[in-house]
Design a protein around this ligand. Structure first.
Ligand code: HEC
Length: 151
């Protein structure tokens, strides 16, 4: 089921932390991967890394699905950047997630540099699969998930 109201409200709320983040540069943020900052301000609110997801699939599941189909770094980055600019139901890899959470809203407020950085960050960072997700995956797919790692 789609919920357009929920996503509209969310995208409005989401543009706020991004504006704030760009005006406040602390010492710790300067040494962080630039993509980690984008991820934390623009993606993490929906794509949680811990706990059961309520708004969107967790980030390791997202990475796992995308890297299965786009194992090369350049293709992976291209896929992430074009998806975030314009999520398209017809082109989605996570159809079960669309049924459960609705289509991801487009995020036009992110610059090309931000998108490139966050896509690199996702590819380069190992995401661990928690136990509950392995069980869920086996229920849905009948096999254990591959670890979503960049190698
Ligand atoms: C408002 C909540 C929300 C935010 C913020 C969000 N997403 Fe999503 N995203 C979703 C939902 C819901 C899905 C699952 C449904 C779908 O695929 O559209 C999803 C799916 C995805 C997918 C899988 C696409 C596919 O092929 O099915 C990718 C990749 C993705 N998100 C990347 C990102 C990145 C990168 C960011 C941050 C720049 C981000 N998302 C921010 C809600 C969000």
């Amino acid at each position: 089921m789609k919920s357009p109201i929920k996503t509209t409200v969310l995208s409005t709320i989401l543009s706020l932390p991004i504006l704030l983040a760009s005006t406040q540069l602390s010492a710790s943020e300067e040494v962080m991967h630039p993509g980690a900052k984008v991820y934390q301000s623009a993606c993490m609110v929906c794509h949680v890394a811990e706990g059961r997801p309520t708004i969107a699939p967790p980030i390791f599941a997202v990475k796992g699905h995308v890297i299965d189909v786009y194992p090369e770094r350049d293709d992976f980055i291209q896929r992430i950047t074009s998806w975030v600019k314009a999520p398209d139901e017809k082109d989605a890899l996570m159809r079960g997630a669309i049924r459960k959470f609705g289509l991801m809203p487009a995020m036009p407020q992110l610059s090309d540099d931000d998108l490139q950085a966050v896509a690199e960050y996702l590819f380069d960072t190992d995401m661990n699969l928690p136990e509950w997700y392995k069980e869920h995956y086996e229920e849905e797919h009948g096999e254990a998930p591959k670890e979503a790692q960049s190698e």
